[in-house]
Design a protein around this ligand. Structure first.
Ligand code: UDP
Length: 255
């Protein structure tokens, strides 16, 4: 089953609308929201998330409602090419997060970290404070909380004066959470960043650059976290579905 509705200006990858923006263009778009009173939320999607959205309608809807959906993942970039609607580049969630943090620090805008195991976001914040001059982390909170704590967490974030909220609760929790809380966080841009706090805290290493360049980051992550193999089982299905969709589009064009 495919997600039917895709907003304008997006490229459809198996029904999930993704914005074909470079990292620089996505950053400009986000910083142009500077004076906005509304809350906004940004998703960064990979092949695994696209496949999940085929069967998880809540996630599919949260992605449809996102203010920005960025192509995080070699699989999604490959799909763009095969489908004849290429993305300018991959925008990895963690790279986008670090670029936004640098901008926030330069403009004296506060950031808030939500997610990860207890202590992880705190360590990430301390490390970033050392490497990014002027950065103000207005607060951190681990990602293992009960539903009835959500309201007070949202109030704390609102009162912290943060303009950027990085949400690392894993998919699909983070997308559904950010989408549902957006209206309660006026003036805040929430960015879903998966396991980025683990990397920034130094608990998880990112793949070497050559692997990133050869689109093998996923392989490195499976090697480091063998429990991810199960999650990767959807990748062959993704490849198959994209190829079938490309064929369907070609036939339509030809006939
Ligand atoms: N996580 C969390 N709360 C939860 C479940 C997960 O904060 O209830 C965090 C977890 O500690 C880890 C991240 O979400 O930091 C995992 O995200 P995922 O593996 O989906 O992200 P990816 O590694 O794919 O970016």
């Amino acid at each position: 089953m495919q997600v039917q509705q895709v907003q304008e200006q997006r490229v459809s990858v198996l029904g999930v609308g993704i914005h074909p923006l470079s990292e620089a263009d996505a950053l400009s778009r986000v910083t142009a929201w500077h004076d906005a009173k509304e809350g906004r939320y940004i998703a960064t999607v990979n092949a695994e998330i696209v496949m999940r959205a085929q069967v998880d309608m809540q996630l599919a809807e949260a992605l449809r409602q996102a203010d920005l959906v960025l192509p995080d993942g070699a699989g999604v970039v490959w799909a763009g090419q095969v489908l004849g609607t290429p993305f300018p580049e991959r925008v990895a969630g963690i790279d986008f997060m670090t670029a936004l943090i640098a901008r926030a620090a330069a403009r004296q805008e506060r950031v808030y970290f939500l997610g990860g195991k207890p202590g992880v976001a705190q360590t990430a914040a301390e490390k970033l404070r050392q490497s990014v001059p002027g950065l103000v982390v207005a607060g951190v909170r681990d990602g293992y909380f009960q539903d009835d704590e959500t309201e007070s967490i949202v109030a704390t974030i609102r009162e912290s004066g943060a303009r950027y909220l990085f949400v690392g609760l894993g998919a699909p929790k983070q997308e559904c959470w950010a989408c549902a809380r957006r209206a309660s966080l006026p003036g805040v841009t929430a960015v879903c960043v998966g396991g980025s706090f683990d990397v920034l805290a130094g608990h998880l290493r990112r793949a070497p650059l050559w692997m990133q360049r050869h689109r093998l980051e996923w392989l490195y992550r499976v090697y480091k976290q063998p429990s991810r193999w199960k999650r990767m089982a959807v990748l062959p299905q993704f490849i198959y579905a994209v190829r079938r969709e490309a064929k369907r589009r070609n036939n339509r064009r030809g006939g």
